[in-house]
Design a protein around this ligand. Structure first.
Ligand code: SIN
Length: 285
């Protein structure tokens, strides 16, 4: 009997590509997106957390319009968007650059009081091999914790820190294009305490909420929280919780920062150029 890849969807085909999460979706043309197809795509995204749409031919205006279907656009407090499209952060790495933006396990702008809900990355130029993005499923990471650990962490918050613009500037030094986009966040808050276990506002599922921005537990000393935090960060990216997206020009990947961490794999030396938009989220609870 042929495999049923519709999973109950009428307009799209959903093809999971890893055991934990992640699905390629067929039947979507982002340049011409009906409300019915968008509704199914959004359901598939909530179900699979990371969705990949291949062979999309969209202009920056069309990517921005697609982002607006999810909500307001979130602007990175430390990074300037493109001059012509301030809603889009262009992520670029040249063969001569060594710094790779996003090469640490994290969720986007977790240090904001309202971290980005979702991120969409659209590939313009990709290396012939390498430059994949990896994702880790924070529902599975939570579910795999012992009952004792879940109880202990239930009311604990983690301090998430965005660092300083000057530090970013010097870190990005070997990638002049990204360094040129660093800006001072001004009065914007770039340190926030968020629950280590958060509840997804749309699915109601609990997710472990850790990543490289989390520096210590709220109300604990660094010495007290260091070991536990190190354990949770390592636990959260166990290979069985992950999937990996291999890019092609025209691929658009959309992920849910409320239940996913990601990591830009820095294993390539050819040009890579992506357009990223993040969508505003709520205060985590
Ligand atoms: C990021 O948003 O962290 C960048 C991801 C990537 O370039 O693969």
């Amino acid at each position: 009997m042929p495999l049923d890849l519709t999973n109950g969807y009428q307009h799209i085909t959903v093809r999971p590509f890893a055991g934990s999460m992640g699905a390629e979706i067929d039947g979507v043309d982002l340049a011409n997106l009906s409300d019915e197809v968008f509704a199914e795509l959004k359901s598939a995204w909530l179900e699979h957390q990371v969705v990949v749409l291949r062979n999309q031919k969209i202009t920056p205006e069309q990517q921005i319009a697609f982002a607006h279907r999810f909500g307001e656009i979130h602007h990175h407090p430390f990074m300037k968007g493109m001059d012509a499209y301030p809603d889009i952060l262009e992520i670029k790495k040249e063969p001569t650059d060594s710094y790779t933006f996003g090469a640490a396990w994290h969720t986007d702008q977790m240090f904001n009081p309202k971290p980005a809900m979702a991120t969409m990355l659209y590939a313009h130029e990709v290396p012939s091999a390498g430059g994949d993005t990896m994702f880790a499923n924070m529902y599975d990471a939570y579910d795999a914790l012992s009952d004792g650990m879940k109880t202990m962490l239930a009311d604990v918050k983690g301090w998430c820190v965005g660092g300083k613009a000057a530090d970013r500037g010097s870190r990005y030094g070997s990638n002049p294009d990204m360094a040129s986009k660093v800006r001072d966040p001004g009065d914007l808050q770039t340190e926030s305490a968020h629950p280590l276990i958060r509840t997804h506002p749309e699915t109601g599922r609990k997710a472990l909420y850790v990543g490289s921005h989390v520096k210590r537990f709220d109300g604990f000393t660094e010495a007290e929280s260091d070991g536990m935090l190190k354990y949770l960060k390592a636990h959260s990216i166990r290979p069985e919780f992950t999937c990996r997206v291999r890019w092609q020009p025209g691929s658009l990947t959309l992920w849910d920062n409320r239940c996913v961490q990601h990591y830009a794999v820095p294993d390539y030396t050819e040009r890579r150029r992506m357009h990223r938009i993040t969508i505003c989220g709520d205060v985590p609870f």
